[in-house]
Design a protein around this ligand. Sequence first.
Ligand SMILES: Cc1cc2nc3c(=O)[nH]c(=O)nc-3n(C[C@H](O)[C@H](O)[C@H](O)COP(=O)(O)OP(=O)(O)OC[C@H]3O[C@@H](n4cnc5c(N)ncnc54)[C@H](O)[C@@H]3O)c2cc1C
Length: 463
Amino acid sequence: MNTAGLDALKTRLPAQIWTDDATQIAPWLSEWRDKFHGTSPLMLMPRSTEDVAQAVKICAEYKLPLLPQGGNTGLVGGSTPQGEVLLSLRKLNALRSVSAADQLLIVEAGMTLQAVQEVATKAGMMFPLSLAAEGSCTIGGNLSTNAGGVHVIKYGSAKSLCLGVEAVMADGSVYSDLSRLRKDNTGYDLSRLFLGAEGTLGIITAASLRMVPAPAGLMRALVALDGPDAALDLLGRVQDRALTLFEVMPRSAIELVLKYIPDQRDPFSEAHPYYVLIDWELRNHDAAAREPFTDMLSRALEAGIIRDVVISQNETQADQLLALREHMSAAQKHDGGSIKHDISVAVSDVPAFFSRADALMAQMIPGCRPVGFGHMGDGNIHYNVARPEDMAPQDFLAQWDWVQTAVHDLVTDMGGSISAEHGIGIMKKDDLAARADPVKIALMKTLKASLDPDRIMNPRIMI
Ligand SMILES: Cc1cc2nc3c(=O)[nH]c(=O)nc-3n(C[C@H](O)[C@H](O)[C@H](O)COP(=O)(O)OP(=O)(O)OC[C@H]3O[C@@H](n4cnc5c(N)ncnc54)[C@H](O)[C@@H]3O)c2cc1C
């Protein structure tokens, strides 16, 4: 243990921004799925960028590794320390400015995504990044993982909503690019380096974010159909500039939600093999604004592409339909956990991916229950596999690595990505090294060595 470095942090930083009390640190040492558990001798809770810079300067001086953490909702083990100083950004959470005229807001890294959305709404605008963990995850974490979520089909991932960042570098200097500009071609776009870097190149302390005009409302439909082929056909038929969400769910996933999450109900009178949740933004509240979309659904029904459809008539019903999708991960946790993958393939390859992956799983673990759901509109599927009902959860989860390798081999064969939106962390580090273009890996190593020569910034992950 680097006792001299830890002592320097404790003596040179204000007492209210650190703790070495194990009981206060403990809740931040395990991740949401309980897959990763860690240790840390010290947790820092800076209130300002200056606090962060001061802490990093001391860590640099003593070559003391640190790990930045936001809401700790990451799913690849990147936010679980293994002996590093834990730098929690949650208290660095102020709103610095908001401007509806410029359609931008500048917030500190520890603000939760939900709070960012609320600031935008208050300004009469919308911040469209949206994911099930939005009440806990922070904007710094979202940018560091380049989070996706359910609105990528229209608004892109976190990266496309960020105009620039303020970040503390590995030597404690502060890079400041809290841009209010829409156009700025003056040299390298350095802010982009930090987006998706998972804290390996610097610590994001604030960000300048793009807001978009808020729609007058939305029309949400839950469609029942036969399977992924029909869903792909439907996607082609419902494409429109107003389409903001297209999420697929098999019956097995819906059943887990109905079984484990209180107050959920099946909106259809009979079970169907497959479902798609769709949102279109509406320009106004007139009934006529919904017509183009109800027409699309009627035509798909007449063509036999879909079996049935439920259209929400008010906000409560819309929330109920969304809840079925949002509770999908939590329901699997109650079921004893699942082996999870966050992959992407070309949108048109999604049905082929499902049929090849399901066949593979049936061969590898007879009786297992594939529960592949998610962002089909982006080609991003959370291909989760639940245990055979007669297999103990720990015996099933022990097979994670070889199942993951098989799924990733398939994805690689199809020209897809082994991480669509969750990042690399510790979980996919070896896979990245083995599968990525060697030139890309070499460039990443060069960048890391040049920006963090002593490897103090989240040193165990990604590269
Ligand atoms: C129920 C559930 C649903 C989810 N759904 C989605 C989804 O739809 N789409 C999606 O993309 N993700 C999803 N996630 C994953 C997770 O919410 C995202 O990865 C999120 O962006 C992480 O934010 P966080 O603040 O919790 O970051 P953390 O988990 O704290 O950290 C994630 C990584 O970023 C680094 N980091 C955190 N803050 C900073 C900072 N300020 N500067 C530098 N590095 C930093 C950490 O070191 C770590 O490597 C989901 C998670 C859960 C639990």
